[in-house]
Design a protein around this ligand. Sequence first.
Ligand code: HEC
Length: 111
Amino acid sequence: MKMQSLQGITIVAAIATLLVTAGTAQAQRAHTLYASKCAGCHANDGSGNTSMGQMMHIPSFKSPAVQKMTNAKLRVMIANGKAPMPAFKGQLTNTQIGELVQYVRTLAKRK
Ligand code: HEC
């Protein structure tokens, strides 16, 4: 009985570790993608504080306008773009776009 519950705990811990590792790998992938495709306009911190961003008046990911957007809207924005932002659906998979939506949310929360 005792052994069994110990095994149970070990299995739960192993699964938890796997999930955390997978989450970190995903965040890392999104970070790399963002840095190569998005940061040039949106800045590393999502503030839009780049010369491109200032020229195009890009709102910060922290702004209320962006906070109000649903994940579905963010997805459409990244997939279809909105001039002058290019569409990314030809370059990115649905999974990558989903990961970028999560990443945008992370940047929006970061102080
Ligand atoms: C050429 C510059 C440029 C690049 C590159 C770019 N964007 Fe944008 N992005 C814009 C502009 C400009 C807007 C504002 C469009 C509008 O609302 O008129 C925008 C808007 C957005 C929005 C809506 C929220 C907001 O801040 O207005 C999201 C989300 C977004 N971009 C994500 C991304 C992601 C993710 C990438 C990389 C895959 C990316 N963008 C690449 C220029 C760019």
